[in-house]
Design a binder for this molecule. Sequence first.
Ligand code: AMP
Length: 188
Amino acid sequence: MKGVALFGVPGAGKGTQSQLLIKKYDYIYIATGDMLRKEIKEQTPLGKVADEVISKGELLGDDIIIKMIAKRLDNHTEGTFLFDGFPRTIAQAHALEQLLIDRGGELMLFIKLELSLEESMTRLLHRAKTSGRSDDNRKIIELRFKEYQHKTAPVSDYFKEKGLYHSVKGLGTVDAVFGELCTIIDNR
Ligand code: AMP
């Protein structure tokens, strides 16, 4: 059981690139934001908590997220997982490594899609026109950026120290970014 983590600011292109990667490499896709939005739609107890936290632009608690991931991993006995939007804190980074080790696997790659906050804001405001997401508006996006800078950005340094870190400039065309991601993965 192996893992690849796709990392980056909101709007960096993680979702778009993930769709291409899971097709090409047959990865099992785990996107925490999508999982939470499904819980919200189904109005589960977790969904109710998630709705409140997400609409404020904050991050959910590590325990909730880690439990959700563990449950999801246990649906499979083998394969390579592609993580989108996880880990978002140092505690989640530790947990991800441990969850994979406990299942006889490891995190293979941590890839950051690099995008400036200015460009991210432009993209998210554009996405807001069609996404229907409660958190795609300027005020909440700014709060999401704050969470990102305080809690999430340090995760990339953590994986730099582990030697798993790679980065790709997220500003190119979808195809160009995908090509660079594939090169990193194929060279691993
Ligand atoms: P995303 O779709 O990845 O942009 O996630 C949307 C929102 O879901 C985030 O702004 C957080 O409120 C919540 N969320 C998603 N993934 C995580 C995570 N790994 N840890 C904490 N909160 C998360």
